[in-house]
Design a protein around this ligand. Sequence first.
Ligand SMILES: NC(=O)C1=CN([C@@H]2O[C@H](COP(=O)(O)OP(=O)(O)OC[C@H]3O[C@@H](n4cnc5c(N)ncnc54)[C@H](O)[C@@H]3O)[C@@H](O)[C@H]2O)[C@@H](O)CC1
Ligand SMILES: [K+]
Length: 534
Amino acid sequence: MFNNRELISQVAVTAAQMRDIEARIFAAGIPVAALMEKVAGLITRRVEEILGQGDKVNNYSSPSPPLPLSPSPLRIGILAGPGHNGGDALVVARELYFRGYEVRVYCPIPKLKELTSQHLQYVRSLDIACYESIQNLQDCDFLIDGLFGFGLERDITEPIAGAIHQLNQWNKPVISIDVPSGLHTDTGEILGVGVRATYTLCLGLWKLGLLEDQALEYIGEAELIDFDIQYADVQAVLGEYPKVKRITTASALSTLPLPRQQVTHKYKEGNLLLVCGSRRYAGAAILTGLAARSSGVGLLSIAVPQSLADTMISHLPEALIIRCPETESGAISQLNLPANTDLNKFDAIACGPGITLDADSVVREILDSSKPLLLDADGLNVLASMGTLPTLQKRQALTILTPHAGEFKRLFPDIDVNQNKILAAQEAAKQSGAVVLFKGSKTAIANPQGWVWIIPQSTPALARGGSGDVLTGLLGGLIAQAVSRNLSVEKMVATAAWWHGRAGILAAQERTQLGVDALTLTRYLMPALTSVNR
Ligand SMILES: NC(=O)C1=CN([C@@H]2O[C@H](COP(=O)(O)OP(=O)(O)OC[C@H]3O[C@@H](n4cnc5c(N)ncnc54)[C@H](O)[C@@H]3O)[C@@H](O)[C@H]2O)[C@@H](O)CC1
Ligand SMILES: [K+]
């Protein structure tokens, strides 16, 4: 269904996997030096494009330092380390020099790999200035970081650590080759100190560390430089179906919008029960309902405390609003399903936004159902108080959990969430048998079989009250449709998370990051799909 280049952009690898893939390519016959020339040529081309768009970059809304608008030739500082990341950087130095830029090289380590050493020798022969002190690059307009790539093995020490500190303080635009130097390729952890890049040009295949939240403040704008690795080589190392996948626009749009048969009826298009809201959090129920509506679900029932029912009808006239008895605090005290309806009539249930902890008896009742169940917010907190693992072990049907970091810690106190989010989500899914959507800047979705989907793009605009309610409604609606059509639920969870993120990005582009309140977000769900280039 996807072409090879698209498949390449969907995978993410560790340093060891990248090494194994490269080893296959080299063993097949391409000389190491030839590949370095090719890769560095592609980097040079992209660097020139970036340098040429100073105005555009200066208008970019990220906190990255602006590109200088000084008259050409720009003065470019190249940081070259001892390995092939340094080799790439030195080839780029040479090419930029030939294109008329003023180039200076910082090469602090005397012992270089053979190929890197040869490139340094040639760069020196061209009279390009090479220095052992980073200070000599201070008045450069732009810096290219080729100190370390996926070969970084241990903490960076002096004198390079001090040089990176200096570089970060200059607050100049920096392009990192492959990964920002100092960033652990697999985990995104910083080994001692890390270059804070404006751009990261990741080479060949996405590295897992770039997809971790903790890497975000170092990588700037990250993009893939595709140098034609063959997908068969990736499969030879990662397996036929790689376990960690990035959700790209193409992969999301292969599912969305869900196609409908010409001859169908509402019962075939997903039957969702939402359980949400309380007198204190009426808005959560409205937002969840509006987002579920946007999913295109065939039938939508929403159980709310009776005092909210009329408000809900005014916002969602098409939904069946179920008036439930409520506690003194205004939480749902028990489900009051219509006659002839029980929980097992629904394709999926989504429960949690705004219910408060006082609705715990309802959460317990829903957990007993034999239908796919999504829990969010206080639904998760009730589950945590019951004991996540023993409670979920009793469920026959699929459970989907959508915690943020705080909820995750309560649900899975034995799993360390601070280091590696992808592994944490994988472990939580394995232990609990649930699909776990771990929210964050880079949301990760894991299933119990060890598959992980990562949403690579997001926006801080979504860090706002109510945005999680929107996700729950959208997810609930899509899961109900996936169940009614026998589609993969976990893939649909990942697709929903991509859709939610895309709506946030589009809304932020049109309204700034401050303009993405949760109600606005629900209104961008449809445009998020119709605006993408197919
Ligand atoms: N071989 C090729 O032609 C290709 C190479 N590529 C580049 O090669 C890079 C990987 O090259 P390498 O395997 O040489 O690794 P690196 O260039 O990342 O660095 C490894 C070198 O740094 C040293 N080192 C590791 N940690 C250190 C520390 N904390 N302090 C001081 N020295 C340290 C190692 O002993 C080794 O000499 C990629 O990131 C990429 O930039 C890619 O462009 C793909 C093609
Ligand atoms: K680098």
